[in-house]
Design a protein around this ligand. Structure first.
Ligand code: TYM
Length: 339
C-alpha cells in the first residue's frame, strides 16, 4: 500500500542503447503519454547511466539519447506537462544509487532474471554496473518519491525490488521515508513479442532487424516486416481462447489492439476467421498510419540537436528541484554530515 502522504507521481525511463522499438512505444511511451494530466505529476527520463552498463560508443550514446528524447516528444510527451531529462544531468541519481547499493543484498541481485539473461555464461566478465543496475533503477524511482511506475512486463521484477529496497531502508532507519511504489503494467502490449519468434520479447538488441519494428522504419519496411512476420498456417480463430497456443498470432492481435486502442477481444471479433492475407496488410496499414507521423516528427526534431539538448537541460533543472531535497533528507537519515 502506498502511504497517502506521497503525492501521486509517475517516474519511468528508457535506455538510450540502440533505437526505439515498437515494444518501447506500445509497452511504455504510449502509456506514459496517457498518464499526463491532472491525476499525476509525470517524470520521464532517458537513462544514459544505465546504458553504459554495457559498452557504448560515446558519439552513439549522445545521438541515442537525443533520439529517445525526440521519440518521446514526437509520441506526445509534452515537456510543458511532464519533466523530461537525461539521467546523468541529475547527479542525485548516482548519489542515492550508492546508498541503495549499501541497502540492497547481493542475494537480491542474484535473483534478477534480466541480469542472468544478459550476463549469460559470461557473468565474470560483465561490468559491476550491470550487476548493480537494479539498485540504480530503484534510486531513479525513489529519488522522486514516485508512487507509480508504468513499464512493460520485463521490468516488473525490478520495480518489485524497488519496493524491497524502500522497505528495508524504511525499516533499517525506522522512518517511513520512501513510498512502496506500484508497478503499472496494463493494456494489451505489456510484452510485445519478436516478429520471428513469438516466445521471445521484441528487443532492440535482437540479432535480426526483421524481428522488430523500429520507430524510424519507413512504411515499406514496416509493411515488409509484418508481411514476413512468422505465423502458423491457420486463419485467425473466432475467440481469443483459440490463440492460446499460438504466440505469434496472439502477438499480432495484441499489437493491432494496442495500436488501435481496442481490446484484443474486439480485434478478434472483427477479424474472426480471417486469413493472414487479410489481417497482415490491415495491421501494416494501421501501423504505418500511427507510426509514420511519429517518425516524421522524430526526424524533424533530430535535425535540431541543440533544441533537444535545451529541452533536456530545462527538464533536468525541474528534476533537480524535486530530487535534491529528497536526497538531502536521505543523507540526514543515513547520518551523513552536510553543510
Ligand atoms: P528499456 O530501455 O529496456 O525499455 C524501456 C521501456 O520499454 C518497455 N519495453 C517493452 N514493453 C513491451 N514489450 C516489449 N517488447 C518491450 N521492450 C521494452 C520496458 O518494459 C520499459 O518500460 N531498466 C529499464 C529502464 C529504467 C527504468 C528506470 C524504468 C531505468 N530506470 C526507472 C522505470 C523506472 C530498461 O532497461 O528499460
Amino acid at each position: 500500500m502506498t502511504a497517502p502522504k506521497f503525492t501521486p507521481r509517475v517516474f519511468s525511463g528508457i535506455k538510450p542503447s540502440g533505437g526505439l522499438t515498437l515494444g518501447n512505444y506500445l509497452g511504455a511511451i504510449k502509456r506514459w503519454v496517457g498518464m499526463q494530466g491532472p491525476d499525476f505529476e509525470t517524470i520521464y527520463c532517458v537513462v544514459d547511466m544505465h546504458a553504459i552498463t554495457v559498452w557504448q560508443d560515446p558519439e552513439d550514446l549522445r545521438n541515442g539519447t537525443r533520439e529517445i528524447a525526440a521519440g518521446m516528444i514526437a509520441s506526445g510527451i509534452d515537456p510543458t506537462k511532464s519533466i523530461l531529462f537525461n539521467q546523468s544531468q541529475v547527479a542525485a541519481h548516482a548519489e542515492l544509487g550508492w546508498i541503495f547499493n549499501c541497502v540492497s543484498r547481493v542475494g537480491w541481485m542474484n535473483r534478477m532474471t534480466q541480469f542472468k539473461d544478459k550476463a549469460g555464461a559470461n557473468a565474470e566478465k560483465v561490468s559491476l554496473g550491470l550487476y548493480a543496475y537494479p539498485s540504480l533503477m530503484a534510486a531513479d524511482i525513489l529519488l522522486y518519491h514516485a508512487t507509480h511506475v508504468p513499464v512493460g512486463e520485463d521490468q516488473k521484477q525490478h520495480v518489485e525490488l524497488t519496493r524491497d529496497i524502500a522497505s528495508k531502508f524504511n525499516h533499517d532507519f525506522k522512518e517511513e521515508f520512501f513510498p512502496l511504489t506500484e508497478p503499472v503494467i496494463d493494456g494489451p502490449a505489456t510484452r510485445v513479442m519478436n516478429l520471428r519468434d513469438g516466445t521471445k520479447k521484441m528487443s532492440k538488441s535482437g540479432e535480426s532487424d526483421m524481428e522488430r519494428i523500429n520507430m524510424l522504419d519507413d512504411a515499406d519496411k514496416i509493411a515488409k516486416k509484418f508481411k514476413k512476420a512468422k505465423t502458423d498456417p491457420e486463419p485467425l480463430s473466432e475467440t481469443l481462447d483459440g490463440l492460446k497456443d499460438r504466440p505469434e498470432a496472439r502477438n499480432l492481435v495484441d499489437i493491432y489492439a494496442a495500436l488501435s486502442d481496442q481490446t484484443p477481444e474486439a480485434v478478434i471479433s472483427e477479424y474472426a476467421g480471417a486469413q493472414w492475407g487479410r489481417f497482415k496488410p490491415a495491421l501494416a496499414d494501421l501501423a504505418v498510419s500511427k507510426l509514420a507521423p511519429i517518425s516524421d516528427e522524430m526526424k524533424r526534431l533530430m535535425d535540431d540537436p541543440a533544441e533537444i539538448d535545451s529541452q533536456l537541460a530545462k527538464g533536468a533543472d525541474k528534476a533537480r528541484a524535486i530530487a535534491e531535497p529528497i536526497l538531502a533528507r536521505a543523507y540526514d537519515i543515513v547520518g551523513f554530515i552536510r553543510a
